[in-house]
Design a protein around this ligand. Structure first.
Ligand SMILES: NC(=O)c1ccc[n+]([C@@H]2O[C@H](COP(=O)([O-])OP(=O)(O)OC[C@H]3O[C@@H](n4cnc5c(N)ncnc54)[C@H](O)[C@@H]3O)[C@@H](O)[C@H]2O)c1
Length: 271
């Protein structure tokens, strides 16, 4: 943590998780900037919390850069960026693709993370390093049959964040991910009564916000925290893919100078 008061930017900042996180960050004495598509409510929430509001469509690369620059100018530095904006898709794969819905979800959930990281990195570097926490979902770890676009984009957010983490860690920027299960926010919407009726536990927005802070404070580069009701946020243990074998059937290590291109594990970790 820097000596000065740290600054955090949260995208999707006025939604369920964003707002709960903003409150925790304020209690920790952060400068807080909330970025969101919903400008009218954003200004209202920012007035109530006395934080900075930045209008932002996370699917717009230039707008991401402008948002980070605005926050940096306002508070002199950016130390933490929570890439949390996201939407559902709920398409039926048995009917023709709805291109508008497809493009909208890729824009918010996938471009929002790629562009958000691109915009955050220069500012975090100027601060002497920092943290990026990406909100993916359990749906990025396991297939969500009811919302394949959502599963796909959350897997992409997770995979991209894990893939950039080693390089950015070398520049003092730690990228971590949270993968929450179902949580009680406006996103859950009309599904909420069904969960209640089934007696299925759902997370509170504050549960998830605490996990986002934990990922920020303690997460190792590229670690992904599963957030589920009734258990503490837990780093997910990704299974290694089998290592390559030579003609004799022995595991082969990737040469050091090729290792950053490799998806293969070291032989000792292979199965
Ligand atoms: N609620 C859940 O059960 C749940 C579970 C796992 C992951 N998530 C993920 O957590 C994140 C936050 O979700 P939430 O539950 O707080 O939902 P929410 O709907 O309450 O909040 C999402 C916020 O993102 C904003 N937003 C949407 N598209 C945007 C865009 N293009 N640019 C900028 N802002 C945009 C919305 O205006 C809203 O304020 C999302 O990425 C969501 O996919 C939610």
């Amino acid at each position: 943590m820097p000596d000065r008061k740290p600054t955090a930017l949260v995208t999707g900042g006025i939604g369920g998780f964003g707002l709960a996180l903003a409150r925790l960050l304020l209690a920790r004495d952060f400068h807080v900037a909330l970025a969101d598509l919903d400008i009218e409510r954003g200004r209202q929430v920012a007035d109530e919390l006395d934080v900075l509001f930045v209008p932002l469509d996370v699917g717009d690369l230039a707008a991401n850069h402008r948002a980070v620059e605005l926050v940096e100018t306002h508070f002199d530095a950016v130390d933490a960026v929570f890439l949390n904006a996201g939407i559902l898709g709920r398409q039926d794969p048995a009917v023709p693709i709805d291109m508008q819905a497809y493009e909208a979800i890729v824009s918010a959930n996938q471009h929002g993370v790629v562009y958000g990281i691109d915009a955050a990195v220069p500012a975090l570097r100027r601060s002497g390093g920092g943290r990026i926490v990406v909100t993916a979902s359990l749906a990025g770890l396991v297939p969500m049959a009811g919302d394949p676009f959502y599963s796909m984009t959350k897997s992409a957010a997770l995979a991209y964040s894990r893939a950039v983490a080693p390089t950015l860690a070398g520049q003092g920027i730690t990228v971590t991910i949270v993968c929450p299960g179902f949580a009680d926010t406006p996103m859950l919407g009309s599904l909420r009564p069904a969960f209640e009726q089934a007696g299925f536990p759902i997370l509170s927005a504050e549960d998830v916000a605490k996990a986002m802070l934990l990922a920020h404070d303690e997460g190792e580069p590229g670690s992904a925290f599963v957030v589920q009701p009734g258990m503490p946020p837990t780093p997910y243990r990704f299974r290694n893919v089998p290592a390559a074998r030579d003609a004799a059937g022995s595991h082969v290590a990737i040469p050091d100078d090729l290792s950053s291109h490799s998806t293969a594990p070291a032989p000792s970790q292979g199965s």
